[in-house]
Design a protein around this ligand. Structure first.
Ligand code: 3PG
Length: 305
């Protein structure tokens, strides 16, 4: 059994060790392709492998065409918008993700970015506290739940809207469930986005939501840049000097926003929500184990197609 780990953005070394150990215990071989710069390197490396572990790496029809022995791809992480599920299904390849494994890392980054922004980027001037502020979570999946847990510890009021999660489930976590996305945006000092990038959500964070946020509002995006309507984001930040946007993913309009409102816009240089040793270990080893369990025992838990 040959497993390729193809990561443009590599896992921490300790996670790679863990993946190799999990594989060797099951008699599988690991092949590493890290920090590759050319898609052809992936197309060559994938040629004779049974399984593939990726992060945000694009796995499209070209990859499935090149990978003649491929049986399973595991996205070591939550969002799988980088994988062409239809092409995988057509090629007879199983696709899985590892939900929850990196959620705490992303949640800690949300809170870290908020403290950084609310304390004026540690420039020594008087900032603001998070305690007592209302934090609205747009979706209550694994990341949203972890943000809620930490935010409650900080004394924040946490509310959430999730079209797919029953209200009782949200309220059991001590979080107020609101009835609509509009109610979430209009009633929260801070909105943190935790929706996936899908056909329905692309561009869904638009002027009709941003405009109803209260005075002094903060919008945090550690989800995907595609969910934001960037035209509306620019207009919002132009029209309102009281609001700010914090992102773990640089929008296409990054340079424009830096020019427009450098004090009210912050984005990490590279997506780094899941960039912790712990998240890499959790997601990487889970991916290896899921592959082994699928190939040896046919376990399809976490299958996406
Ligand atoms: C995810 O979807 O799991 C996160 O966005 C992390 O993505 P990454 O593995 O590319 O850092």
């Amino acid at each position: 059994m040959k497993i390729l780990v193809a990561t443009e953005k590599p896992f921490a070394a300790i996670a790679v060790e863990g993946i190799k150990k999990a594989a060797s215990e099951a008699g599988a071989d690991i092949v590493m392709l890290e920090k590759y710069t050319d898609k052809n390197q992936l197309l060559t490396a994938v040629r004779d492998v049974d399984a593939l572990i990726v992060r945000s790496d694009i796995v499209d029809k070209a990859v499935f065409d090149a990978a003649r022995s491929l049986k399973i791809v595991v996205r070591a992480g939550a969002g799988y918008d980088n994988i062409d599920l239809a092409a995988a299904t057509a090629a007879g390849v199983c696709v899985m993700n590892t939900p929850g494994q990196n959620a705490n890392a992303v949640a800690e980054l949300v809170i870290g970015m908020l403290i950084y922004a609310f304390r004026n980027r540690f420039n020594g001037t008087s900032g603001k506290e998070l305690k007592g502020k209302t934090l609205g979570l747009h979706a209550f999946g694994n990341v949203g739940r972890n943000v809620a847990r930490i935010a409650k510890g900080l004394g924040m009021n946490v509310v959430a809207y999730d079209a797919f999660c029953p209200k009782e489930v949200i309220e059991k976590e001590g979080v107020k469930a609101v009835d609509s996305v509009e109610e979430l945006f209009s009633g929260s000092d801070i909105v943190s986005l935790h929706i996936p990038a899908t056909e329905q959500t692309r561009g869904s964070i638009n002027h009709s939501l941003m405009d109803i946020m209260p005075k002094g509002a903060t919008l945090v995006n550690t989800a995907r840049k595609e969910v934001i309507n960037e035209h509306d984001l620019i207009e919002w930040l132009t029209a309102r000097a009281d609001v700010q946007y914090l992102a773990d993913i640089q929008p296409l309009c990054h340079e424009q926003l830096l020019q427009l409102c450098p004090d009210r816009y912050f984005a990490t240089p590279k997506k780094m929500g899941a960039q912790t040793a712990e998240a890499n270990i959790n997601a990487g080893i889970a991916a290896a184990r899921q592959i082994i369990d699928y190939l040896k025992n046919g376990n399809e838990r976490f299958r996406l197609n």
